[in-house]
Design a protein around this ligand. Structure first.
Ligand code: CDP
Ligand code: MG
Length: 716
């Protein structure tokens, strides 16, 4: 429809007429934004939506990506007075980047500074203040908040956004919110459900009468709480599953805007989709009209390698047709680089956005006319019989393919290049399996337990995970010492673990390390393991990169190698500390990274994570000390922490994971790839054609029985 195009062009002209040069830019930008907001499909139903929310405590809103749900609805509700009593509107996102970029955008739209009325909070990064009324956050973060504030008493409205993604956190959150809402509803009775159980912290039981609730609230909260408004937003047209879960809740649809998109398939399957993507980027650039390109890749590593390949190939083109810029977007991208995808390219240039599936529905990027879809996504997968979770690159679902192609038709007709034959499309699953059915549940079980939900199997899940996978995860928590014999949170270990914002196995590692006097080393290890790819090796400089890596490599394994990288970067900065400012610091570090073939984005992120978890550890009273040169001590600590991921070499040179019995191989990127020690622990299982393990350290087999007798005497 024409009104969209009008939104951009028309306003820019009107500002060119103005002569005052200082305020011009920001004035123009504000006008432009205002115009854009007005032209969004959701704008025409502002009043109606606010009325619906007033009338219904639970509302499901379905609307196509880009209709304005995420950015506009919270502002509508703020205007309609939903924060009047000092309460906050919370919006959850499955992805960090979405929470951050949307909050920045909405702060700008509202003309306020980020962190004031509009803010965001994600793990390891909180930009909110006492003044914050519209708060974007990850779904996982809200779950954590519930630990401290079980009634979510600060919120008047909670919007669970991107519910169609069905992340494990969204699913669990919906179950929790259902309970919180009942507890906060005036009467507290009149509902019937299977989960009416009294729980250990007195929360969330709804088989008692309202008076009793009031009593608890008075006592604990110092007053009665208004009902909680719950809004579930989804980009998938099928709202049935949510509506049924909430007892036939009302669903409203927002009319979207979609231009036709030409779908093109390859004739034959591609053997190398990265190469195919690269060829397609240049084919579009050289043969198609103006418009930006969006390429869906599976992760940071792929994105960065395609970014380099595009740059290389550009250099081979004649100067006048080099007008192509690449912009990456993925979840762990440093916050100040994230907003670059939303900025229009310099006139005459074409923008190529290299994105993970974050650009499928979570963030709407303007200007896209061409989509390249290789058809893959990185997804978690869990085999409860083996107790192993892995990250695999798997084919997307039909629903995802449709969402992806839809991104090309938001502002005008577009084209989608699917890098697979049509016959392959027909074979795709209709929709993606909810994550709760394919992940290790120990993290959410730990949190539910900490919230006082003891009967995990009886919990009112939107869709129940398999009994086998619940039991396997309980067993793992028990082996980590987080649960007692009767499946209660253990004291202090279980409680401590539930407070750390890490996977249970890493939380436990920090606790173990404080006992082994090497928490300093473990904090660095956990921080470095929490980011993707510290090293990078561009194809054309493979040898140089290998030589550089050798300077850090430890014969004991990857964990110590990562510590070496971290500490060397620390020393490098420390030496220059006196001479330079913080900005220069950053620049120097980037240069150092480049010389050493270290991914500076990842290292910076690891340094951030490190300072955060160090803070958590100190707050919890864990002793932060170093084992100095005693690396034996640290390796013993690794064995005591990661005993569930131990593996033994087999005669043919492969390994057998002891807990699961799986046959695995050391990933070529490991420093132990050639050494192949007899017994190892590892931190990651990646499945491509082979089952690869990564982040590996050599240990002594006998340590396992000594340090993890709860597991290894049983298993022998
Ligand atoms: O949530 P939904 O997909 O319905 O839409 P949205 O995220 O609220 O996006 C509405 C509009 O805001 C889109 O046209 C985006 O292009 C724009 N937007 C933007 O320009 N910059 C951002 N950081 C976020 C959104
Ligand atoms: Mg949205």
């Amino acid at each position: 429809m024409p009104s969209m195009a009008q939104g951009h062009g028309g306003v820019r002209n009107s500002t060119e007429n103005k002569s005052n040069s200082f305020s011009n830019d920001s004035y123009a930008r504000r006008q432009n934004i205002l115009q854009q907001r007005k032209s969004l499909p959701i704008a025409s139903v502002e009043k109606r939506l606010a009325d619906e929310v007033r009338k219904h405590d639970i509302l499901i809103i379905v609307g196509e990506t880009g209709s304005g749900k995420t950015t506009q609805l919270p502002q509508f509700l703020f205007q309609a007075g939903f924060c009047r009593d000092g309460k906050v509107i919370g919006i959850t996102q499955p992805r960090r980047v979405a929470a951050v970029t949307v909050a920045k955008r909405v702060a700008e739209e509202s003309g306020v500074q980020l962190g004031q009325r509009v803010g965001y909070s994600i793990r390891f990064d909180d930009r909110t203040s006492a003044a914050t009324k519209i708060k974007y956050m990850t779904d996982g973060l809200l779950l954590r908040e519930a630990l401290l504030d079980p009634y979510l008493s600060r919120y008047s409205v909670i919007i669970v956004d991107e519910a169609h993604e069905r992340t494990v956190h969204t699913d669990v959150l919906l179950g929790l919110l259902k309970k919180v809402q009942k507890a906060r509803s005036k009467s507290g009775h009149g509902h019937s459900s299977a989960d009416n159980k009294k729980t250990s912290n007195g929360l969330l039981s709804d088989n008692e009468n309202g008076a009793r609730f009031k009593g608890i609230f008075k006592q604990r909260q110092g007053g009665n709480l208004p009902p909680l408004k719950l809004i579930i937003m989804s980009a998938s047209l099928d709202a049935r599953v949510f509506s049924e879960y909430f007892g036939g809740a009302r669903a409203v649809h927002i009319q979207g805007r979609q231009f036709p998109v030409d779908i093109l398939y390859t004739l034959y399957p591609e053997t190398d989709y990265l190469d195919a993507a690269l060829i397609t980027i240049f084919q579009i650039h050289l043969e198609e009209g103006p418009g930006d390109i969006l390429v869906f890749l599976t992760g940071q590593e792929e994105i960065e390698s395609v970014e380099r390949l595009v740059q290389e190939r550009l250099q081979q083109l004649p100067e006048p047709i080099r007008k192509l810029i690449t912009v990456p977007i993925f979840s762990s991208l440093p916050s100040e680089q994230q907003m670059r995808v939303f900025e229009p390219a310099v006139a005459g240039f074409r923008k190529v956005i290299l994105a993970t599936n974050i650009a499928e529905t979570s963030v709407t990027i303007p200007g896209i006319k061409y989509v390249i879809d290789p058809g893959f996504v990185k997804a978690r997968s869990y085999d409860p019989s083996k107790g192993m979770e892995s990250l695999n690159v798997v084919p997307i679902s039909k629903a995802q393919a449709l969402q992806r192609s839809g991104r090309a038709g938001r502002e005008g007709p577009g084209k989608c290049f699917r890098l697979y034959p049509e016959s392959e499309f027909e074979k795709l699953e209709d929709s993606t399996k909810p994550e709760i059915k394919r992940c290790n549940l120990s993290n959410v079980i730990l949190q539910l337990k900490a919230l006082g939900v003891d009967d995990i199997i009886g919990f009112d899940f939107l869709e129940k995970p398999s009994r086998a996978s619940i039991i396997k995860s309980l067993e793992q928590l028990f082996l980590l010492g987080a649960l007692t014999d009767d499946c209660k949170l253990s004291d202090p270990v279980g409680h401590q673990m539930s407070r750390l914002p890490l996977d249970p196995i890493y939380s436990k590692a920090l606790i173990v390390a404080s006992q082994f006097n090497c928490l300093e080393e473990m904090l660095i290890t956990v921080a470095m393991l929490s980011v993707e790819s510290i090293f990078y090796a561009p194809r054309e400089k493979l040898e140089e990169a290998r030589t550089a890596m050798k300077c850090f490599a430890s014969p004991e394994g990857d964990h110590l190698t990562l510590i070496n990288v971290y500490r060397t970067s620390d020393e490098f900065l420390e030496k220059r500390k006196m001479e330079i400012t913080k900005v220069k610091n950053e620049k120097l570090l980037r240069k150092w990274c480049k010389e050493n073939f270290i991914n500076s984005r990842s290292l910076r992120q690891a340094r951030d994570v490190h300072s955060q978890i160090r803070g958590h550890a100190e707050q919890m009273g864990l002793r932060v000390s170093s084992c100095g040169d005693d690396m034996l001590q640290f390796r013993r600590c690794l064995a005591a922490s990661f005993f569930l991921n131990a593996a033994l070499r087999q005669p043919e040179g492969t390994y057998r994971a002891l807990a699961s019995g799986q046959v695995v191989q050391i990933h070529p990127s490991s420093v132990l790839f050639r050494a192949k020690p007899e017994c190892i622990i590892f931190n990651e299982l990646v499945q491509t054609n082979n089952k690869y393990i990564r982040n590996i350290t050599r240990i002594d087999y006998l340590w396992l029985t000594e340090l993890a007798p709860q597991f290894y005497t049983m298993q022998n």
